[in-house]
Design a protein around this ligand. Structure first.
Ligand code: GLU
Length: 466
């Protein structure tokens, strides 16, 4: 049977990295085995689900390239099907109407507690033969009373639950709407899911879901419950740690593959390797090799992995990723065509930048001349340097060819006459004059890329800052 996995987020909040990791693991499992990956939006909680959250989930998945083969299916559009299965179960006797009032159930629980028993619904409506006037009943699943339900979890191993501990679950409310666990069961069944890969906060739901599937005569899927991601302080991941919408990682300039690479490594490893391409992730990932302990989020590591992925891309490929970030810096298409070739600028910045935002900021000096210099840098490196700047202009203007090597020798020569051979004494003022601040890639290559006219124009303009 071919493999079918699913990602089933509830659109009640952001798609954050915990959810993305679960989606990634499901996606990888399907992709490696040539199976199908289904996207299902669990939107039955009408109060908490929002269209904005659904849109953000779809956008996040698309940005990450976690493409789905079927769906998105929406639970709210499947109500007729759930009702149909409820009717079938009522007919077959695996479900029954329960007319107990809340007060009655509360009293039952009180008595059980008083007797030192674990509170549970005692199944008293299982045998009730007639309706109670004026009461809209709920529907309960008739769960087995004895024996055990065993989850052979791919990550957690064998987890067994005593059936006597599991009481008859409400599968439809008194207004007829199906409850969460029931919808999941019907969906996994209808969608032919073979591997349920989800957060381990759902492990306790699994025996009940298995029992209902069994009652329906459905084949059971294999389960893999993925552990939580914790913050660097080992506490539950919160906003403060970056449990924000995954789209914020895009804002911050992370490459989608780098984020996936970071997430795959949380609780899974392949030898000593840290950096994986998308193809390698698909080839190497094994769901049953995921660690069952929760793993902690390390922001430094994410930056490091992102830098690695940026370095591995071709300058042209990276330039494509960079475009929207340049746009956000005000570097328009028109400015790009007037300045140096973007891939050449990218090649120059590729070794150092940790994020696309950082790279876009660094690249912008190639396309927009600074209007004024950073006041501290001007004061430190340009004040009193009019003679030097003037002579730089003359030297550079006289260069017959404009290459990094030619610029380099010009700077070297000037260093000999003005700064006892110390290149930095020339390079820093030069940097501030062309970039507006004392940070830029190697100055000779920077000037070579800027071009002669642009360099000279900037140096002349910088004379007005002093
Ligand atoms: N909708 C659930 C959640 O977002 C996932 C349920 C499941 O995967 O079975 O936590």
């Amino acid at each position: 049977m071919s493999v079918r996995t699913r990602f089933a987020p509830s659109p009640t909040g952001y798609l954050h990295i915990g959810g993305v990791r679960t989606a990634l693991y499901s996606w990888l499992h399907a992709r490696r085995l040539g199976g199908r990956f289904v996207l299902r939006i669990e939107d039955t909680d009408l109060e908490r689900s929002t269209p904005a959250a659904t849109a953000a989930i779809l956008e996040g998945m698309a940005w990450l390239g976690l493409d789905w083969d079927e769906g998105p299916f929406y639970q709210t559009q499947r109500m007729d099907r759930y009702r149909e299965v409820l009717a079938q179960m009522l007919k077959e006797g695996s479900a029954y109407y329960c007319y107990c009032s809340r007060e009655e159930v509360d009293a039952m629980r009180e008595e059980q507690r008083a007797r030192g028993e674990k509170p549970r619904y005692d199944g008293r409506c299982r045998t009730r033969s007639s309706a109670r006037e004026g009461v809209s009943p709920v529907i309960r699943f008739r769960s087995p009373d004895t024996g055990e339900t065993v989850v052979e979890d791919l990550i957690h191993g064998r987890v067994s639950f005593q059936n006597s501990e599991l009481d008859d679950l409400i599968i439809a409310r008194s207004d007829g709407t199906p409850t969460y666990n029931f919808c999941v069961v019907v969906d996994d069944w209808d969608m032919g899911i073979t591997h349920v890969i989800r957060g381990d906060d759902h492990l306790n739901n699994t025996p009940r879901q298995m029992q209902i599937l069994q009652a329906l005569g459905a084949e059971l899927p294999v389960y893999a419950h993925v552990p939580m991601i914790l913050g660097p302080d080992k506490q539950k991941l919160s906003k403060r740690h970056g449990a924000v919408s995954v789209l914020e990682y895009r804002e911050q300039g992370f490459l989608p593959d780098a984020l996936l690479n970071f997430l795959i490594r949380l609780g899974w490893s392949h030898g000593d390797e840290e950096v994986f391409s998308r193809e390698e992730m698909i080839a190497f990932f094994r769901i049953d090799a995921v660690n069952k302990a929760a793993s902690a989020f390390n922001p430094e590591k994410l930056l490091w992995i992102n830098a690695q992925h940026m370095q591995r891309l071709s300058p042209e490929g990276l330039a494509q990723h960079l475009r929207p970030y340049l746009d956000a810096q005000g570097i328009t298409e028109a400015l790009l065509t007037r300045g140096p070739e973007l891939s050449a600028v990218v090649a120059l910045l590729q070794e150092r930048a940790k994020t696309l935002v950082e790279m876009a900021v660094a690249a912008s000096m190639f396309y927009v001349a600074p209007v004024s210099g950073d006041s501290k840098d001007v004061e430190k490196h340009l004040q009193g340097q009019a003679v030097l700047l003037d002579s730089l202009i003359h030297h550079l203007e006289a260069l017959p060819v404009w290459t990094a090597a030619a610029v380099h020798s010009a700077i070297q020569e000037l260093a000999v006459s003005y700064a006892e051979g110390k290149m930095g004494k020339i390079a820093q003022p030069l940097r501030v004059a062309v970039a507006g601040r004392a940070v830029s890639p190697p100055i000779d290559t920077t000037l070579a890329l800027l071009g002669k006219d642009q360099t000279l124009a900037r140096l002349r303009h910088a004379m007005t800052w002093m």
